[in-house]
Design a protein around this ligand. Structure first.
Ligand code: 6PG
Length: 241
């Protein structure tokens, strides 16, 4: 089994932010655009603020960046739990991205399954497809929960086995109970998948996932995939003992 690619650094957010800019510039040179799916939760906050800082933001042609989301909670965009709401405040508004460039998942929809299907059609319209017809993102940013979930793909969920849909509505063991999430085919098809994992509370799950001992966990399922790279701070890495 291939070894996971892991970057462990005290300044891991700085490392990821700079690599993000380099990857974006490369994709824009190669294909004229950069399509990224943002993560939710609290970890990316520092990354979004860093990317919005002028010294990095000024290196990117944000007019040719298209923003998607890896998952969303079943809440309206102005709810404190909204992944879109956090990204809007910390990254998208500071950079002045136009609404047409930003595609939020409609977490608050009355029919979450219809909202998931609509988002999947959006991905199909806006992105190139791979040989299996799966929409291809240039970058998917993910976090990891202490239970080893990624996006809103939770351990033991039927969602883990979905191979013929790109976005689904699923239940979460953590509130809010309903979520919209991309599925594994979209994660596997992306040109790059970067997981940002920080803090001592993630240490145990991360060690299990990176060792290969827990391929049953969602994060374990993708841990050593060729398009995946882990960005880990010292507190979350095993070495900090
Ligand atoms: C979400 C995220 C989720 C998150 C992990 C880690 O909607 O909650 O997409 O997958 O990345 O739960 O969350 P923290 O960064 O808050 O630890």
């Amino acid at each position: 089994m291939a070894e996971p690619r892991v970057i462990i650094a005290t300044d891991v957010v700085e490392r990821l932010a700079n690599q993000w800019v380099d990857h974006c510039i490369h994709c824009q040179r190669e294909r004229g655009s950069f399509a990224v799916a943002l993560s939710g939760g609290s970890t990316p906050l520092a990354l979004y603020r860093r990317l919005a800082a002028p010294d990095l933001a000024d290196r990117v042609d944000w007019r040719r960046v298209e923003v998607f989301f890896g998952d969303e909670r079943a809440v309206p965009p102005d709810d404190a739990a909204s992944n879109y709401g956090m990204a809007l405040k910390e990254l998208l508004q500071p950079l002045g991205l136009r609404d047409a460039q930003v595609h939020r998942m409609c977490g608050e929809a009355g029919d979450p399954h219809a909202a998931a299907d609509e988002y999947a059609r959006l991905l199909e319209r806006r992105l190139p497809r791979d040989q299996n017809g799966v929409p291809v993102l240039d970058l998917i940013l993910l976090g990891m929960g202490e239970d080893g979930h990624v996006a809103s793909l939770f351990p033991g969920s039927d969602a883990l086995g979905v191979r013929d849909r790109w976005v689904i509505a699923t239940r979460s063991p953590q509130p809010p109970a309903f979520r919209l999430t991309i599925t594994f085919p979209v994660i596997e098809a992306a040109r790059a998948v970067w997981l940002l994992v920080t803090g001592a509370r993630k240490r145990e799950a991360l060690a299990e996932v990176l060792s290969g001992a827990r391929s049953d966990l969602p994060a374990g399922q993708i841990a050593a995939a060729p398009n995946v790279c882990w960005f880990v701070d010292v507190e979350a890495s095993e070495g900090s003992g």
